[in-house]
Write a protein that binds this ligand. Structure first.
Ligand SMILES: [Zn+2]
Length: 127
């Protein structure tokens, strides 16, 4: 594996930045950005140990690629039905306060029982 990739952004070589200019005299071009692998220390690597920033010089090039190839990308892992994650919804009462405005422009702090709703993970084996 080489230490560099060319940016895969379909319009990378059309962006007018000084960093893309190559050549001399009247033979200048805008060239696709060359990316050093691991340049961001792989902070974004998932389980597949691949960094998207090894293949795209910036988010704009990444989004251009996705827009151009979206149907092919979706075809790799199509989703024909919804996925579900088992959860428990826990409601807890707790004392809170609201503020009532009385006639003289002052707020009065009034206690009331509020409800806090929390989503908790459940063990899939028990689900
Ligand atoms: Zn690029």
């Amino acid at each position: 594996m080489s230490d560099y990739n060319w940016c895969h952004g379909p319009e990378c070589h059309q962006q007018q930045t000084q960093s893309r200019v190559r050549g001399s005299g009247d033979n200048k071009v805008l060239r696709t950005v060359k990316i050093k692998q691991g340049r961001y220390n792989y902070y974004d690597r998932g389980n597949n140990q691949v960094s998207m920033w090894d293949y795209f010089c910036n988010q704009s090039c990444l989004m251009d690629f996705i827009r151009l190839h979206l149907q092919s990308i979706i075809a790799i892992a199509p989703r024909s039905k919804a996925l579900e994650t088992p959860i428990k919804v826990v409601k807890n009462k707790y004392e809170s306060y609201r503020y009532d405005w009385n006639g003289n422009g002052r707020a009065e702090r009034v206690p009331y029982m509020a409800t806090r709703t929390t989503i908790k993970s459940v063990d899939n084996d028990n689900g």
